[in-house]
Design a protein around this ligand. Structure first.
Ligand SMILES: C[S@@+](CC[C@H](N)C(=O)[O-])C[C@H]1O[C@@H](n2cnc3c(N)ncnc32)[C@H](O)[C@@H]1O
Length: 288
């Protein structure tokens, strides 16, 4: 039986986790755009593509106020962060912050005629919104399907340049093992792939173990090593619940990514801090 899909990204759009993930995604696609050869971006868990920040879902907990909301009006942003916020401004037509671009919208804004997007989303409502938003765009394919299972159908891309974003909701514990398996499968089919895995910082054994497992897998199979960015902005509640922050793990990162993110993450942690112990850091393997 297929598990019930309770998670809807609209409740979380634009929060600190989206900021970290979309900053890294935008930076990587911008790096790939330095060469003419086309790339393919595969988003295994694409969501709806874009979200209203003035609607019912985002209005429930207003998570975006502690994320993109803290950056949108600032004019002192360090360079790569300002490029990402500029994309969010473009998505808002240059006006006030009323909507937030999901990963498909970020990738779509950065794609060129020679590039391709392959988007998978399992929730029927979000898959429908995504299909009506981007489904008819040149170079874009949207499928309402299990992104983990469909991954092999889109790898490797013909140009052998590409990014795979693995961004499950982790609402079911099997997502942890499936994210690791998806990294392995991607590298087995396409060893040069830049693979981005987002994961939450939670007081949960599966969440705590996954970064180490991703590193071991990339050590064994990624040609250009790995990078691990971590942003902690909040404390757990009295019962140990709550998302403290998130991680972005990248296999085969662009060689410039570590130098770009290293000064940025402490800056971002200070900007998005919800408690005195907020911190941001980035480490990499010797091969990266
Ligand atoms: C964290 S959200 C994705 C956010 C999106 N990547 C972004 O950054 O804007 C995770 C999405 O995965 C969807 N989902 C859950 N399990 C899935 C699966 N096995 N295959 C594809 N989509 C799935 C959920 O419905 C949800 O929309």
């Amino acid at each position: 039986m297929r598990p019930m899909l309770a998670y809807r990204h609209g409740f979380h759009a634009g929060n600190h986790a989206d900021v970290l993930k979309h900053l890294v995604l935008a930076e990587i696609l911008t790096y790939l755009n330095a060469k003419d050869k086309g790339w393919r971006c595969v988003d295994t868990h694409a969501g709806a593509g874009g979200y209203s920040l003035v609607g019912v879902q985002a209005g429930k907990r207003r998570e975006f106020e502690q994320g993109i909301g803290r950056l949108y009006g600032r004019h002192d942003l360090p360079a790569p962060l300002s490029a990402y916020v500029e994309l969010v401004r473009r998505f808002n037509g240059g006006g006030a912050l009323r909507q937030y671009p999901g990963s498909p919208a970020i990738a779509h804004m950065l794609m060129r005629p020679q590039d391709q997007l392959r988007l998978f989303e399992l929730h029927p409502t979000d898959a429908g919104i995504l299909a009506s938003y981007l489904g008819a765009e040149p170079g874009v394919q949207v499928r309402s399907a299990d992104g983990f299972a469909a991954l092999k159908s889109v790898l490797p891309p013909p140009t052998r340049r590409g990014v795979v974003l693995i961004d499950p909701p982790y609402e079911i514990k099997t997502d942890y093992a499936r994210a690791l398996a998806a990294l392995r499968e991607t590298l087995a089919r396409f060893a040069e792939a830049v693979v981005i895995v987002w994961l939450p910082q939670l007081q949960l054994v599966e969440a705590a173990r996954l970064p180490q497992r991703l590193k071991a897998s990339a050590d064994a199979h990624a040609k250009k090593g790995w990078l691990h960015a971590r942003l902690t902005v909040a404390e757990a509640d009295a019962h140990g619940f709550g998302m403290l922050g998130s991680h972005v793990f990248v296999a085969n990162p662009p060689h410039t990514l570590h130098a770009t993110l290293a000064p940025l993450l402490p800056w971002l942690a200070a900007a998005l801090a919800q408690f005195g112990g907020a911190r941001g850091s980035v480490e990499r393997s010797r091969a990266a």
